[in-house]
Design a protein around this ligand. Structure first.
Ligand code: TA6
Length: 298
């Protein structure tokens, strides 16, 4: 749908459709509880700010806003694969975040939240990347919390294995000062050093960041980011996922990414609800799986 059609079809007081960076169509939500900005390209929440708070999601000043390239920050939708593509030369983290989604519905709840539903038409996906017939929908609830639910359906006639993640980038005062709680005594695979070994390590206590951190924790639940610099705690809950990814690129990797400022690693951390590694999901024909994440500033 083009901008004018969207404006006519979804005429709500808390929602505005605008053309923004890269010529992408954005959904700007301002309701009594929070503000958010969502790019229809990639179904990508690029910002979320609950009332009275600083922005919760981080966005690189160097991010691309170009069709075919991922946006660096917010909540990239990684699907139907997490990490490196199964086929050499294909994009990492799947095609969902680099495809044009359509707005399915926009509605306001009595309780003040705004609910935006986006769908990814199969026809919008680069045929070279398509693996099987699917349905994919993202529901975004903007309120005192930010909730995302990615609903995936295997619309093919054979079992399909998928991995994926809600790859959330969080805005923090200083990476060196935060701690991430909720993963103590949990096994993880370290993706920084060599071939990752599932349960190769056990987390002892809180996670501090003083180097590159790229870990998949297995058998996980809610996680909290304690940020003394911004004097806040961000709670990250999830559903439909047994794996949590924690990532900070630190110095070398930041310098290696053209869409990531050399010093920006100080102000972000990723906490991702994932189906990755041994938490890959095999969907039978017609089977539905939902991957959810709920972000709350306590
Ligand atoms: O989720 C962590 C991770 O898999 C890291 O290994 C790093 O590659 C990051 O995702 C960003 O990936 P991208 O393809 O967006 O540069």
């Amino acid at each position: 749908m083009d901008l004018q059609t969207l404006k006519e079809k979804f005429n709500l007081k808390t929602v505005e459709f605008t053309e923004g960076e890269g010529g992408f169509i954005f959904i700007d939500v301002q309701n009594p509880l929070a503000d958010a900005r969502i790019s229809t390209y990639g179904a990508h929440v690029t910002s979320y700010t609950p009332n009275g708070q600083r922005p919760v999601l981080w966005m690189s000043r160097m991010s691309w806003f170009e069709s075919g390239k991922p946006i660096r920050g917010g909540v990239p939708i990684c699907w139907p694969w997490f990490g490196a593509a199964p086929v050499e030369g294909q994009p990492s983290h799947g095609f969902a975040r680099i495809s044009q989604w359509e707005v399915g519905n926009v509605r306001e709840l009595e309780s003040g939240e705004t609910v935006v539903t986006l769908e990814l038409p199969e026809a919008a996906v680069d045929p070279a990347l398509l693996r099987f017939s699917f349905r994919l929908e993202l529901e975004i609830i903007v309120g005192r919390s930010l909730e995302l639910v990615l609903t995936m359906v295997n619309a093919s006639d054979s079992p399909q294995q998928v991995t994926g993640a809600l790859h959330s980038y969080f805005s923090i005062a200083a990476a060196e000062e935060i701690v991430v709680r909720g993963l103590s005594d949990v096994g993880y695979e370290d993706r920084v050093v060599g071939a990752p070994v599932v349960y190769g390590h056990i987390q002892k206590g809180d996670i501090g960041i003083d180097r590159e951190v790229d870990r998949i924790y297995h058998g996980t639940g809610a996680v909290e980011i304690f940020d003394p610099g911004f004097n806040r705690v961000i709670r990250v809950e999830k559903s439909g996922s047994a794996a949590t990814v924690v990532w900070n690129p630190w110095i070398r990797k930041s310098h290696a990414m053209p869409d990531f400022g050399d010093e920006e690693y100080h102000t972000m951390v990723c906490i991702e609800a994932a189906n990755a590694s041994v938490d890959a999901r095999t969907l039978m024909p017609g089977e539905i799986h939902r991957l959810g994440q709920k972000i709350t500033v306590l």
